[in-house]
Design a protein around this ligand. Structure first.
Ligand SMILES: [Zn+2]
Length: 276
């Protein structure tokens, strides 16, 4: 009897803890329990809610950015804290945008999603434009962004990331990625993080050159925008919003093959500054 009671109590406790966790998911205090709440929105630490389609690769990468660059560089780069927003089993792009918007409230919101699996990308971009959620779209996939740390890449992929992953596994300097996406392991931890370190500038340069060589012909990396979004500015059309990537507003998102906008996040955070 006593044991039943005990189990009942611990079950209830567990349930309450679960609910607490769910409520707090996506908020900063999960990660930094000691930070005073009033300091969260101060100028000192820039807070971004970045929602992702995947549950492993992108959140791991965002944590890597926090740990590697989040404390500033002592030379004027602002401190930042990215709060990854994701769900077990992933989210489709329009849900990624919605998750970013909901979690961020008045804070800065970004949505990371890929071409490879989903068909609701036009809706996702439209929703992002309406709610001013920054889009970091990758075609065919986020894996392309990882690959660009090690080498340039080109050629249409038709939405599939098989070749991108193969190249990543074989890339010079990318030994840690030899087994990437084998046995379901797409994490970015340990040696894989170390392999990315110091290659950000190269990755940005490669991503920018993909814009310059976009088959549309009028896309220019110098047209990309990375300044913080003003929530009170005039609304933009989905085409204008998707042109923040540097691709022309008439360049259809689904035809930006291959491309990745993730570099803009690094520029926005001051991790990469030389964009000429
Ligand atoms: Zn383009």
């Amino acid at each position: 009897m006593a044991r039943d009671e005990g189990d009942g109590v611990s079950r209830r406790l567990r349930r309450e803890q679960e609910q607490g966790r769910r409520r707090r998911r996506g908020r900063l205090e999960d990660e930094r329990p000691l930070a005073p709440r009033s300091g969260l929105h101060s100028r000192e630490v820039r807070v971004l809610y970045v929602a992702c389609e995947g549950e492993s690769t992108e959140p791991d990468y965002l944590q890597y950015l926090n740990e590697q660059f989040g404390d500033g560089d002592g030379q004027g780069r602002q401190r930042f804290r990215i709060q990854p927003v994701y769900r077990r089993n992933g989210l489709m792009p329009s849900r990624v945008v919605e998750a970013a918007r909901t979690a961020a409230g008045e804070d800065e919101a970004w949505a990371l999603f890929d071409r490879d699996q989903w068909d609701d990308i036009p809706q996702a971009v439209k929703h992002a434009a309406e709610s001013r959620v920054e889009v970091a779209f990758s075609h065919p996939s986020f894996d392309l962004w990882l690959l660009l740390h090690f080498q340039a890449f080109g050629g249409e992929q038709g939405g599939g990331s098989k070749l991108v992953i193969e190249k990543l596994r074989q890339a010079k300097g990318a030994d840690a990625f030899k087994n990437y996406d084998k046995r379901n392991d797409k994490s970015i931890k340990g040696a894989r993080r170390d392999a990315l370190k110091g290659r950000e500038d190269k990755a940005v340069a490669h991503a920018r050159s993909l814009i310059a060589s976009c088959s549309h012909g009028r896309c220019k990396p110098a047209h990309a925008k990375a300044e913080q979004v003003d929530h009170h500015a005039k609304p933009q059309s989905p085409q204008q919003w998707a042109a923040r990537s540097g691709h022309a507003s008439e360049c259809p998102v689904l035809q930006r093959d291959p491309s990745t906008d993730v570099w803009r996040l690094l520029v926005a955070l001051g991790i990469h500054t030389d964009t000429e």
